[in-house]
Structures are given as structure tokens and as C-alpha cells.
Write a protein that binds this ligand. Structure first.
Ligand code: NAP
Length: 316
């Protein structure tokens, strides 16, 4: 039970497995200038959450509260906020990586990181979408400039990023090839994949060619091998931001492009995502929902690397 000045949050004092996560009481934030205080109703859990839990990643030593996805209700606004008012339903992604902290009852953050939640979806779905959709939007649209009729290969097309990337690519009029284990191919076809590849049985470099854009969600050797399926001038956008120079050197040798990126908080990106949702072209598949207090269970499931769609924490 929280008092008016405190709130529940999921924090950790140590790095490690899901068991390091614990519910704590922390001061409830106040909205500063240009910020909205959002009462969190749902927040996605992403691989970056379980990676930071285990390694500290960009954040270093705990304690810290993880979580970048938010869907909720504006509780109060700081001076200067013109876009939203108390009671508005909003969704957004906190600035990556240092704006973290949505796995809590409230979060205060710049208003420009949010958009109005589409009325057609509930908070659970809205809380699942921001980080993965912004990642896919920035990779496919902003960096790769994906055009109608182009061929795109999406690795891990059933995953959190992959399943929204497929829908964004289809909305752009692209021909979509996706990789997943065979049991997920019906799911892939259901979200619009034109060609599904079982990466466990088939070497994708043998099965795919003349691709304009690859979305690499795997990293390592997959980044470099993906360059081989491109047509001249094509691009691999890798969302694994750290890797060997060989990726870029090989791209230069082959006359193709290579790029590594990190997702960035964005109001215009959130507006674009909201528009796709409202047009019925983008939805989130929910792999599981967990009350905030059970965040460790969500992390444990995510840690398997086998989920289809998104894991979401819900906050009463
Ligand atoms: N740079 C950025 O800003 C950014 C943003 C978002 C995510 N990421 C990173 O991108 C990666 C993917 O994120 P996510 O949210 O999509 O993860 P996720 O939801 O946990 O991905 C799970 C999916 O990956 C599939 N998979 C695992 N290994 C595969 C392989 N070798 N080939 C094809 N599919 C495979 C699994 O399908 P099967 O069960 O069929 O194997 C499962 O459906 C993570 O490493 C994450 O940290 C980076």
C-alpha cells in the first residue's frame, strides 16, 4: 500500500537473476517543467530490462528501477505542458537508456516522449508497443527508408521487435520475409509475413536473395552474414548496437550498407505508431501479463528468448 508521497516500484540492489528484483516503496516523483506525471497502468518488459538486471549495462551499479515502456493516465502536468492535461490517456517510451523507471506506479518524464493512447486499444497493448515499435519504425522507415515493393528480411519475426516490424513493413507495402522456428510460421503468416524461413533447418543465406533491407535483431555473425542477401546498395540495420568492425568492413567490400542503432525516444515516432494502430495496421501480440509485483516472473519468461510477442506488467 502506497501513501500519497510514495509509490511501489520494482528495484534491485544487486545484479543477477530475476530473484534480485523486489518491490520497494520509493518517493513518488513530481512533474518538473515540461514533464507529465503519468500513473502507469501497463509497462512492457523488454530484453533490455533483463539484460540490465543481469549486467547493469548502460546503467552501471544498482539500485535502479528498470522499464522504458509506459501506458497510463496523466496525473499532473509541469509548467509549460500544452499537449496533455490530467486525465489524458498516454503512451510512450522513456528516453533510452537513461530515462528508465516505468516499472513503478508513477513516472514523470518529458511530455514530448508521449502521444495520446489510441482509444481502440487497452493499456496492456499500449504498454507493449512503444519501445519495440519505435525501434522498428526508426530502423525500417527512418534509417532504411523502406519503400513500397521492396523486399525486407526480418530476423526473429515472432519476437517483440520482429512482430511489429513485420506489420510496419507491410503497412509500407513491402514484401516481407521473416525467420522463426517452424512452430511459429502460422503466427508469422497471420501478421502478414509473405515468406517464412525456419532458421533452425535452413541457412537463410541460401534461401533468401535480392533483399533491399534486413532488420537484424540477432547480432554477432548474423549481422555480417545478412549482408550477403542484399542487392547492391541494400542495407542491414542491426539493433544490436555493439559488435565487430567486420560487419562494416564486409559491407564496404560487398557494396552494401551497414548500420547499428539504438532506439531513441520520439514524439513524432509515437504519433506515427498511434496512427498505424488507429488505422488497424499495427497491434501487439501479448505473450503474457504479470502484476507489477510479479515482475521477476516476467523476467524469467523473457530470459528464455522464446516468447512470441510481448511481455507486459500491469499496475492496478
Ligand atoms: N538497439 C535497440 O534500440 C534495440 C531495441 C529493441 C530490442 N533490441 C534488441 O533486439 C533483440 C530482439 O529484441 P526482441 O524484443 O524482439 O526480443 P524477444 O521478443 O525476446 O525475441 C524472442 C524471439 O526471438 C526468436 N529467436 C531467437 N533466436 C532466433 C534466431 N537465431 N533466429 C530467429 N529468431 C530467433 C524467438 O523465436 P523462436 O522461438 O522461433 O526461436 C522468439 O520469438 C534483443 O537482443 C534486444 O535487446 C535492441
Amino acid at each position: 500500500m502506497s501513501t500519497v508521497n510514495t509509490m511501489r516500484a520494482i528495484s534491485q540492489d544487486d545484479l543477477g537473476g530475476p530473484e534480485v528484483l523486489k518491490e520497494v516503496q520509493v518517493p513518488r516523483p513530481e512533474p518538473r517543467t515540461n514533464e507529465v506525471l503519468v500513473r502507469v497502468r501497463a509497462a512492457g518488459v523488454n530484453p533490455t530490462d533483463w539484460k540490465h538486471r543481469a549486467t547493469g549495462g548502460f546503467l552501471g551499479k544498482p539500485p535502479f528501477v528498470l522499464g522504458w515502456d509506459v501506458s497510463g493516465v496523466v496525473e499532473a502536468v509541469g509548467i509549460g505542458v500544452a499537449r496533455f492535461k490530467p486525465g489524458d490517456e498516454v503512451f510512450g517510451m522513456l528516453s533510452y537508456p537513461f530515462g528508465h523507471g516505468s516499472h513503478a506506479e508513477y513516472v514523470s518524464a518529458p511530455a514530448r516522449w508521449f502521444a495520446h493512447k489510441p482509444a481502440s486499444i487497452d493499456h496492456t497493448e499500449a504498454g507493449a508497443l512503444p519501445l519495440v515499435s519505435l525501434t522498428a519504425w526508426q530502423a525500417l522507415v527512418e534509417y532504411a527508408d523502406l519503400q513500397p515493393g521492396q523486399r525486407v528480411l526480418i530476423h526473429a519475426a515472432a519476437g517483440g521487435v520482429g512482430h511489429v516490424a513485420v506489420q510496419i513493413a507491410k503497412a509500407r507495402g513491402a514484401y516481407v520475409i521473416g525467420t522463426a522456428s517452424a512452430g511459429k510460421h502460422d503466427f508469422l503468416r497471420g501478421i502478414g509475413v509473405d515468406e517464412a524461413i525456419d532458421y533452425r533447418e535452413t541457412e537463410f543465406t541460401e534461401a533468401v536473395k535480392d533483399v533491399d533491407v534486413v532488420l537484424d535483431t540477432i547480432g554477432g555473425e548474423t549481422s555480417t552474414r545478412s549482408l550477403r542477401v542484399l542487392r547492391p546498395g541494400g542495407i542491414v540495420v542491426s539493433i544490436l548496437p555493439i559488435g565487430s568492425d567486420e560487419f562494416h568492413e564486409e559491407a564496404e567490400r560487398l557494396g552494401v550498407r551497414s548500420l547499428r542503432m539504438l532506439v531513441d525516444a520520439s514524439h513524432s515516432g509515437m504519433e506515427a505508431i498511434a496512427a498505424l494502430v488507429e488505422a488497424g495496421k499495427l497491434s501487439a501480440t501479448i505473450a503474457g501479463t504479470f502484476p507489477l509485483a510479479d515482475a521477476a516472473e516476467a523476467h524469467a519468461l523473457g530470459d528464455t528468448g522464446r516468447t512470441t510477442g510481448k511481455l507486459v506488467l500491469t499496475v492496478d
